[in-house]
Design a protein around this ligand. Structure first.
Ligand code: SF4
Length: 450
C-alpha cells in the first residue's frame, strides 16, 4: 500500500490596505511557524508530508494529495477558504483547524470537508481513523485539554530553514506551556484555551532543547523562541524553567507580562538563563483603555521602570502596543510614540485594534453596532478602520490616519537611533532589524506580523 501524501499549510493573507495577496515575503530573521511541524508530528510515521507557509512559499496546486490540512488565523481566513475551494474542486478533501476555526466554526465548516475545534492532540487520530475508512465527519471537537505531557517532537526536519536563517542565528519555536491566567478582552487565547495554564514538565523541555542542539544540525545557531502565551504566568514555574536552562547555555526569547517585568529577581534569572529578548504586551499607555480591556494589571506608572529593568539586565525589550481602543483619543497616539521614544524601547510593535471574532471586545462592538461589516475578515481590501471610533471622529481624525502618523514618527531614522542606541552591544542588529521592520511595514502592512 502506498504511503499517504499530506499537505499541511499556513495560508498567505490579503493586505487590507491594498487588497493584494501577500506571498513570498522575505522571512529572514523571523521565526517559522510552530503549528505546521507540530501537526506533522501527529501524522502517521510513514506519511509523505509537505509543509508550506504560503507567506514565503508557493503552493503547488498541480500536486495530488490524499488530504490538505490548513491552519487558519483570522487575517488569513479569506485566503484559506480560496485555497480550500481550489483543492476541493480537484476532489482533494480539506480539513481546517486553528484559532479562527475554533472561534468561527460555523463559517469554516461551510468551506471545507472537516474542521477541528479546539486542540488537535486528542482528535487528529479520530480524524485519521475516519479518513482511512472514507467516513470523515464534518466536525471533530476536542473537549479534553491536552495535559502537555509527553508532547511529540515537532517535525522540524520538514521546514526550509534557509528561509529563516540570518547571520546572528536561526529562531526555533518551542512550546513550554499553553494558555494564560488573564482574560484580556481583545485576546483570543482565553476563548480558545479557556482560562488556566498547562505546563510541560521542565525536564521534557530540556530534553527537546538538547535534541535540537544535538540532532538538528540543519538549524544553524539556534535562538529559541518560547511561543507560550505567557511564559511568566506562574513566576515559580518560570523560575524553575529558567534555572534548568542555565546549564544549556542557550539564547532564547519569550512573552512576559508587564507584572513579571517589574519582578527584578525574575528578570535577572531570565537574563542568566540566556533570555536575550522579552516581548511584553504593555498594550496601551492610556489607563482607561487598559481598564476597559480587563488589563488593569498593567500599571502605566510602572512602565518606565519595567523598560529600565529589562535594559539594566541587557534583555532587548519588544513592546506590543494596540492603538484604537474606544477610550483612546488623539492624545493617546502622540503620548504613546513619545513614551516609546523617550524611554528608548528598542523594538516597538504597534497594531491598530483588531477585534478578533469571539472575543469580548468583538461581541461588545457588535452590540454597540459600530462595525461597518461585522465579518470584516472576509473582505480582501479594507483600507479604513474596521469600526467607528467616535472619540477620534468627533475631533476630526481617523484611526488609520493617526496610526500611520504614529508609525512614521516611531520608525523615523532619528527615532530608531534614539530607541536602539542604549543597548550598545546589540545596536547594529537592532538598528538593522528596525529598518527592516520599517521596510516590511510599508510594503506589506501591519498584518504581516499577526
Ligand atoms: S495576558 Fe496576553 S495572553 Fe494573557 S489574556 Fe492577556 S493578552 Fe492574552
Amino acid at each position: 500500500m502506498r504511503n499517504m501524501k499530506i499537505l499541511l499549510l499556513q495560508p498567505g493573507y490579503y493586505d487590507f490596505a491594498t487588497g493584494n495577496l501577500i506571498k513570498k515575503r522575505h522571512k529572514k530573521g523571523l521565526c517559522p511557524t510552530f503549528v505546521l511541524p507540530y501537526l506533522a508530528s501527529l501524522m502517521p510515521k510513514n506519511a509523505e508530508i509537505t509543509l508550506v507557509d504560503e507567506t514565503i512559499q508557493d503552493i503547488d496546486f498541480t500536486q495530488q494529495y490524499d488530504f490538505v490540512g490548513i491552519s487558519v488565523k483570522t487575517p488569513q481566513a479569506v485566503r484559506a477558504y480560496e485555497i480550500a475551494h481550489i483543492f476541493r474542486n480537484k476532489n482533494t478533501p480539506v480539513v481546517m483547524g486553528g484559532y479562527h476555526v475554533s472561534l468561527c466554526p460555523g463559517e469554516a465548516q461551510e468551506q471545507c470537508d472537516a474542521i477541528i475545534i479546539g486542540e488537535a492532540e486528542y482528535v487528529w487520530k479520530d480524524f485519521l481513523a475516519d479518513f482511512a475508512m472514507g467516513l470523515i465527519k464534518k466536525r471533530y471537537v476536542s473537549d479534553t485539554r491536552f495535559d502537555m505531557h509527553s508532547m511529540p517532537f515537532p517535525r522540524y526536519d520538514l521546514l526550509d530553514w534557509n528561509a529563516y536563517s540570518v547571520f546572528y542565528g536561526t529562531k526555533v519555536p518551542l512550546e513550554t506551556s499553553r494558555g494564560c491566567v488573564h482574560r484580556c478582552s481583545f485576546c483570543s487565547t482565553p476563548e480558545v484555551y479557556k482560562q488556566g495554564v498547562r505546563y510541560r514538565p521542565v525536564n521534557e523541555v530540556v530534553e527537546d532543547i538538547k535534541r535540537i542542539k544535538k540532532d538538528c544540525n540543519y538549524i544553524k545557531k539556534p535562538l529559541f523562541v518560547f511561543i507560550d502565551d505567557n511564559i511568566t504566568a506562574n513566576p515559580n514555574r518560570a523560575c524553575e524553567l529558567f534555572e534548568a536552562l542555565i546549564p544549556l547555555g542557550i539564547r532564547w526569547s519569550g512573552y512576559f507580562t508587564s507584572e513579571s517585568g517589574f519582578n527584578s529577581k525574575l528578570v535577572k534569572l531570565a537574563a542568566r538563563s540566556g533570555c536575550f529578548c522579552a516581548f511584553v504586551g504593555l498594550e496601551s499607555i492610556n489607563s482607561q483603555s487598559l481598564e476597559s480591556a480587563h488589563k488593569e494589571f498593567n500599571t502605566v506608572k510602572n512602565f518606565t521602570d519595567i523598560v529600565k529593568n529589562f535594559r539594566d539586565n541587557r534583555i532587548i525589550m519588544a513592546v506590543g502596543i494596540i492603538l484604537g481602543f474606544l477610550e483612546d483619543t488623539p492624545v493617546t497616539f502622540y503620548e504613546t510614540t513619545d513614551f516609546l521614544i523617550r524611554n528608548s524601547v528598542p523594538i516597538a510593535v504597534l497594531s491598530p485594534l483588531y477585534p478578533f471574532p469571539g472575543t469580548p471586545i468583538y461581541n461588545s462592538f457588535v452590540q454597540k453596532g459600530i462595525f461597518d461589516n461585522p465579518c470584516f475578515w472576509l473582505t480582501k481590501h479594507n483600507p479604513h478602520s474596521l469600526f467607528r471610533h467616535d472619540n477620534l471622529l468627533n475631533e476630526g481624525y481617523t484611526l488609520e490616519g493617526l496610526f500611520d502618523d504614529s508609525l512614521a514618527k516611531l520608525m523615523s531614522v532619528k527615532a530608531i537611533f534614539k530607541r536602539t542606541w542604549p543597548m550598545k552591544e546589540f545596536f547594529v542588529p537592532l538598528f538593522i532589524h528596525n529598518l527592516a521592520l520599517r521596510y516590511f511595514l510599508r510594503k506589506y502592512g501591519v498584518f504581516a506580523f499577526v
